[in-house]
Ligand binder design. Structure first.
Ligand SMILES: N[C@@H](CCC(=O)N[C@@H](CS)C(=O)NCC(=O)O)C(=O)O
Length: 197
């Protein structure tokens, strides 16, 4: 399987991290966003949105980090990361949605502004962040993992941009339970970091 990838992208790192944790073999194809390679016609055929990550598995082409996690986890013999029952899938999906909405609009946006100079509004990013982080901290105060009683793709989807939040100027020290969850993630067998972590 090919992963069209960017090393500093937290969305791509979600996939690299999950692959490392589950011994899933991926061949990385670097995409140079700085030179606009993601807008080339050939890349647009893979993803009309012009974004990484993109997974290619034979004839199948899939965009969006959450969707790719679902696909990769659903192929494994060990279904603990994405169990087969509808209730578990729904609970995990609640958190995949948080990753693609609140985390994207909050800590991810703050990092894009501060580290990469994106012309987004820092006030808006911080409002999302200030609402989100206390909720997350409270959630992992009483449970070790976000969705079920063990690591799932929800944790992989949430980890990158929460761990990278300091690059957006966000102080995580007021959120000790979240800090402990970040530590549990880093201690998972097979864990790999990314630039900035
Ligand atoms: N919903 C997508 C978002 C992907 C996304 O935003 N990718 C960024 C890199 S992290 C990108 O390719 N941006 C293109 C650009 O900035 O032109 C996902 O979760 O994979």
């Amino acid at each position: 399987m090919l992963l069209y990838d960017l090393d500093v992208s937290g969305n791509c790192y979600k996939i690299r991290l999950f692959a490392a944790l589950t011994n899933t073999k991926l061949d990385l194809v670097p995409v140079d966003l700085a030179s606009g390679e993601n807008h080339d016609p050939d890349f647009r055929k893979l993803n009309p949105f012009g974004e990484v990550p993109v997974l290619v598995d034979g004839d199948l082409t899939l965009r969006d980090s959450q969707a790719i996690l679902v696909y990769l986890a659903g192929r494994l013999t060990d279904r603990s990361w994405w169990p087969e029952d509808a209730w578990s899938q729904a609970i995990i999906t609640q958190w995949l949605s948080v990753a693609s909405s609140e985390v994207r609009n909050g800590p991810n946006a703050a990092r894009l502004i501060r580290k990469f100079g994106y012309r987004l509004d820092m006030g808006t990013a911080m409002r999302w962040t200030d609402k989100l982080l206390p909720l997350l901290d409270e959630h992992v105060e009483t449970q070790d993992w976000f969705a079920l009683g063990h690591p799932t793709i929800a944790d992989c989807a949430l980890f990158p941009y929460l761990a990278l939040a300091p690059e957006g100027g966000i102080d995580l020290t007021p959120y000790p339970a979240l800090g402990r969850w970040l530590g549990r993630m880093r201690n998972l067998p097979g864990f790999i970091p990314m630039p900035g972590l």
